[in-house]
Design a protein around this ligand. Structure first.
Ligand code: CU
Length: 118
């Protein structure tokens, strides 16, 4: 009688482990990495601002911002977001993203050091 309970528990545990593995592999399949050109970033504060904005965005797994080469490398969950939405997060923060221009109001609110040199 007791062994039956253990067998049942072992079976349930196995099912649980397998279903969580499936879930993970499903997530991994949706993972996508893109590069976005950030022609208007100027300094470390821009990097911080963008990291914050991207970090708060649902579906973004990891974001790396390369100030020297003015680009972002972003890993995201393809089932939750897409490159257009990510570009919109960046333009809404006041920065150009690829060929999309920054939101003018957000750009105006940036620190002087984060604005494009005139
Ligand atoms: Cu800046």
């Amino acid at each position: 009688m007791k062994t039956n309970v253990f067998k049942l528990m072992a079976l349930m545990l196995t099912v649980l482990i397998f279903s969580s593995l499936n879930l993970q592999s499903g997530k991994a399949a949706d993972k996508k990495t893109i590069e976005i050109s950030l022609p208007s970033i100027q300094c470390g504060m821009c990097v911080k601002t963008l990291k914050n904005a991207l970090g708060k965005t649902e579906g973004i797994i990891e974001s790396k911002i390369d100030l020297k080469n003015k680009k972002a490398t972003i890993t995201f969950d393809d089932s939750e977001t897409n490159s257009e939405k990510i570009e919109a997060v960046i333009t809404d923060a006041g920065y150009d993203a690829n060929d999309k221009p920054a939101n003018a109001d957000a750009y105006e609110k940036l620190s002087p050091c984060c604005k494009k040199p005139e």
